[in-house]
Design a protein around this ligand. Sequence first.
Ligand SMILES: [Zn+2]
Length: 325
Amino acid sequence: MNHPRAITFELITSTALFSHGSNPKGDAEVRAPPFEALARYFFRALVGDRLSAPCGGATATCTCLRCEEGRVFGSADHGKSVALVVEGNASNRGTCNLLPHQNSSPSSAVVPEQELFLQLMPALPTTRDENLKAAGATLLVGLLLGGIGQRSRRGAGSLRIKSLKGPIGIDISAFQQASSVKDYAKALETVLRDAKNMALASVCPLPHQAAGGTFPMLTKKSAGIMLMEFDAKSESDARAEVMFKLRRHKNAAFGLPYLKPAQGDNEKRGRHASPLWIRLAPFHKRWLATLTVMKSGTLAGNPGKLDKYLDDIHTRHGGISVAIP
Ligand SMILES: [Zn+2]
């Protein structure tokens, strides 16, 4: 199992992880596909503005977003490029409240403070180091800004990184040493910049930014990140607290916005995932929320309300903003 080129993430669940296999009513379990989906999502978010719009049919030389993503992670045409393996997922299940702000009935979950190992390995001897590093870097960003499973955009399924080993070329020790939110913000800024450079190094980027994409992008122009430190007695209290703070910002842009309809089309279709990710972690006996807003060209509602929400977290709750590379 110890591949010489493996990148290993040692992870701890910070909040309840509501991840299920093929049977949504079955017990919670941790599998590799949600982690790969998270890494692909943040790959698009980090480099999508530097690649051309996805092409219709892949060719060996095409450098569009879809083809480049396929080279890094694998595609139907090329097969798998990187393999992701999860270990240590058994026996740590229990029940947790999926919607603690509404006192819902408990659901099967992997409970907090469980250890997991994620290994990222080349699937083929020909897998390029650049691609493996890009996959590792974008997975790292996904774990720092997002999570996996149900309600992962609202603080569930958050994992923190205990160690990161292997040839990834990104140092995360600044996170472990951060004693203040300001230090944490600096560490996050550095990692986002390094991860973006690593992802860009694996593709053939356009000389200029592409026009607005249809997917969320982590760019200065379209995204904002805010860190908020707060008190909570437990992980479910922490998840409830971030929902209470969202209440005064009720708006279609947060809940279940729809894709912007074409002109003359009055039907609401194409539900859009929330543009806000809330990632939670314990932080020196308090909790730290990483709030990431990523707008896309197809976002309906009033995107200005998303900026107002982050401003509010800054002015009312002492939120510290994180520079986006
Ligand atoms: Zn293409």
